[in-house]
Design a protein around this ligand. Structure first.
Ligand code: OXD
Length: 309
């Protein structure tokens, strides 16, 4: 099989090496080589340009090198090629660490002590809330959201979840749906947004959403930057001294140097690193799916293409 690899990752060479080792009996090409794009069977990609994608006329599978698939569904030439996205326990584990770190920094008021240290000030003890008294609302209850919810619950946090589609399965976690978003926001001390980029989620976190959150609360966005209206967030932050945000994803990435978000004391910025794609386990995952395709002669997307995630 002919495989095209393309990723806008800092460690793309490492990825390519790992894939080449695994797909020993197949040819892996990159866009740096002279290739006939219509001979490509499989694409393993992150942020492939549409002008390349539209020339992959015989493509059988497109692997997303991440959990998100918006970079594929947004390609204007995309029609119905099966998409496989990475579902990797290492990604779950990294995402959990990131989210938990942001909750703890907020809960234990660590930034106050950092500011004190910068001025050689031995601050008085600050009261901190116990886990059982902190309600964490997980907005987006998919592969990563559900995992994080259950792990945080095992640490005694009070967990609630928000889902787009009503689940037929019973859950030990109270779930909220579209009509009850208001209640979900009213109850949450921390909202962890893990939503995908879809038309429905665009600018969902706007003025009205933020006003429904507790005055003293934390918003963590590790889903997609498109869900957040950054201007509304900045205004909200000016008016609410005890409102904090931790943002890993942005409308424009890298976040432009002149963005006002950088300088806001109540906003933490991380450069889209909450759950990076793990080289070895992702390679193994892709290879397992590829083998199934070779055996069965077909493959089913693990993405609900109509829903956009
Ligand atoms: C992903 C991401 O989708 O890192 O995996 O954003």
């Amino acid at each position: 099989m002919n495989i095209l690899f393309h990723a806008s990752f800092a460690n793309q060479d490492e990825f390519l090496k790992s894939l080449k080792k695994k797909f020993l009996h197949h040819k892996i090409f990159t866009l740096n080589q002279k290739i006939s794009l219509d001979k490509i069977d499989i694409a393993i990609v992150w942020n492939l340009p549409n002008e390349i994608f539209k020339k992959l006329r015989n493509l059988k599978i497109i692997f997303s090198l991440g959990a998100g698939v918006d970079h594929i569904l947004n390609l204007s030439s995309y029609k119905n090629t099966p998409i496989i996205r990475i579902q990797d326990p290492n990604m779950q584990s990294r995402m959990l660490n990131h989210v938990l770190s942001q909750i703890l920094i907020y809960q234990l008021k660590i930034n106050e002590y950092i500011k004190g240290q910068q001025k050689n000030i031995w601050l008085d003890e600050r009261y901190t809330v116990l886990n059982k008294d902190l309600t964490i609302g997980i907005l987006g209850f998919g592969y990563l959201g559900k995992f994080i919810a259950n792990k945080l619950k095992s640490l005694d946090y009070n967990i609630i979840g928000y889902k787009n589609t009503v689940s037929p399965r019973k859950s030990s976690i109270s779930l909220y749906y579209k009509e009850s978003l208001k209640t979900f926001l009213k109850l949450s001390d921390v909202v962890v947004c893990m939503l995908p980029a879809t038309i429905e989620t665009r600018d969902l976190i706007n003025k009205s959403f933020l006003n429904q959150m507790k005055k003293q609360s934390l918003l963590i966005n590790v889903g997609r930057g498109s869900s957040l209206n950054e201007i509304d967030l900045l205004k909200h932050s000016e008016q609410n001294k005890y409102f904090f945000a931790s943002l890993d994803v942005f409308k424009t990435e890298p976040l432009p140097k002149n963005s006002k978000l950088w300088k806001n004391q109540n906003i933490t910025i991380t450069p889209h690193v909450a759950a990076i794609t793990d080289v070895d386990s992702s390679t193994n995952y892709i290879y397992r799916k590829f083998e199934q395709f070779i055996i069965n002669g077909k493959i089913k997307s693990n993405v609900k293409i109509k829903n956009g995630y």
